[in-house]
Design a protein around this ligand. Sequence first.
Ligand SMILES: [Zn+2]
Ligand SMILES: [Zn+2]
Length: 684
Amino acid sequence: MIARIEPLTTTRRLTGPFDYLLPDAPVDVGSIVRVPFGHQALDGVVVALAADSEVAADKLVAPTSVREDAVPPELVDLALWMAAEYCSTPARALSLVLPPRGRVRTQLWASPVGADLDGQRLTEGQRALLERLPGPAAPDLAALRRLEARGLVAIAPRARRRVPRTNPAADRAVTLTAEQEAALAGVREGGEHLLWGVTGSGKTEVYLRACAEALERGRGVIVLVPEIALTPQTVARFQARFGDTVALLHSALGEGERYDEWRRLRAGEARIAVGPRSAVFAPVADLGLIVVDEEHDASFKHEGDPRYDARRVALERARREGAGLLVGSATPRPETWHGMAHLRLTGRVGAGALPPVRVLDMRASKSPLHELTRRALLATEKSIVLLNRRGWSNFLTCRSCGKVWECPHCDVALVLHRAERAIACHHCGHRERVPDRCDVCGSLAVARYGAGTERIEAELREILDVPVFRLDADTATTKDAVPELLGRFHGAPAGLLLGTQMVAKGHDFPDVTLAVVLDADSTLRFPDFRAEERTFALIAQLAGRAGRGPRGGRVLVQTTAPDAPAIEAAARHDTAGFLRGELARRRELRYPPFADLIKVVVSSVRAEPAHAAAVRVAGALAGVDGEVLGPAPLFRLRDRERWQVVVKTTARAPAVAATAAAVDAAARDRALREVAFSVDVDPQ
Ligand SMILES: [Zn+2]
Ligand SMILES: [Zn+2]
């Protein structure tokens, strides 16, 4: 027997797997081993066992060691599928499913051995000590050792779990509505379902019941949520309902905590994994259900290599392991709407109707705040204001010569951050001091255009008496900053929460009665076929945050494009109407879900090699069934010139394979050594 092993290296040029002899320690598919590779030693994953090798026996060597923790075989297969599906390499895909590094922490544990204590000479203290057992030996180790010597106590090391810190919620027993019952019956049938319901319609309770039913059948569950920091309430409800059966997997865990949670799942001590996109790789055995909450959220797409989409991986994993898939949203993606059976929740449980939305035309306005917005904010105790742009102003320009301050590393304008007295690039992080004069013509007239969250915060503080809480990437600089800030807003009797799209995510603030979207069409101006979908979702999600309490609420949407279909539909709360129109548009333009997109981006410091590589890739794709768009230039980013080629196809698998072959061939060309390639299947 030999082992086929994929060495974990990041280079594209190596294509495994490679054959090795079996080591002394037992190995199986998923074992993580240390292997000699050329002149170095690498970690590798066993992807198959085989009877013999085409390599001569005397040329084969064995791994030098085997790690104690292994990858479940089904996750090895899933990773290999991912490598092909996303034009990546097996090594890069396998690195996503590896167990976290760590070891079990132990403590000495003392337990009574059930010896007859009558006739034993014991002091008062010794009797008290025996009373408190079983328990950790630590505080009384010396005394317990003496009792152990007399055969009265057993002391042995025992795993001690490092428990992640959480905000517990009280579980409330609820009676299901008829609609929730019907949805649950749909889930029970198995397969893939979209749970569509507005914010507050009781989707979480359906998830909880569906999980409980999977557990009763002896199956495990994975629950995917957007960033944990922004959805603490959903996580807390799972923990309240299922206790230690829930393992939390997210990046804010300490190393030891992450390891312990992984190990509890692998050992079957925990049966429900809850976490953001990477939790789709949780080592849950006998998987019965995968839930994807807030499925429209952009965070499910991974921007590293492989550029996987956790929603698609969840679908694939569910199919491979015979599990059900339940994805939920108030604003489902067109792809999901088109491709899955719908389970519908129409009512809002314990809350009023959706708040009325008023669209305010800003085309003639000079101030960033409409007069009606200003008045509404003054008359409201608790409100949320969304502006999807941080900083003070969008760009600086010289009134005399027209110079625009741009990033020296990227071809984009620098954004003013007044509190830091800096202008900053939002793409690469470059910062420089705010100019007091134009360095080209010497003029002192430097104009600032547009308004970001920092400037709106200052304006709101001027006119309002209530505290203003700003939530954006500039204020949420640490892991604890977001829950801390949301907690303060939640606890304040009056206040205003201002921020970027972070304020529109799953929080539940029953006393918020006003939600405002500023510059609602800013997302529409992106040159991207998803601009409409994003704009609609952002407005509709924010509208769902207002009026969840008995006092109701209202929504104001400021825009310079009041007639845009996405904005009109959001104002009518017409999700179905919006999706019907959007799907018709996509069918006509042949965009997903009616075709698949594959995007190749090539970059290099010098313009010439990147362009040559793009031409080469586009040429190699000429025979693909579909359209090849480009090469088209992208703006320079982090000192790199970039070009892109996009394939639009209805024959996904062959197009993906052809793209992988085209990129691999170009990447191996020594003349294109300095070019970096990135492939994005289903770009978002
Ligand atoms: Zn100038
Ligand atoms: Zn930059």
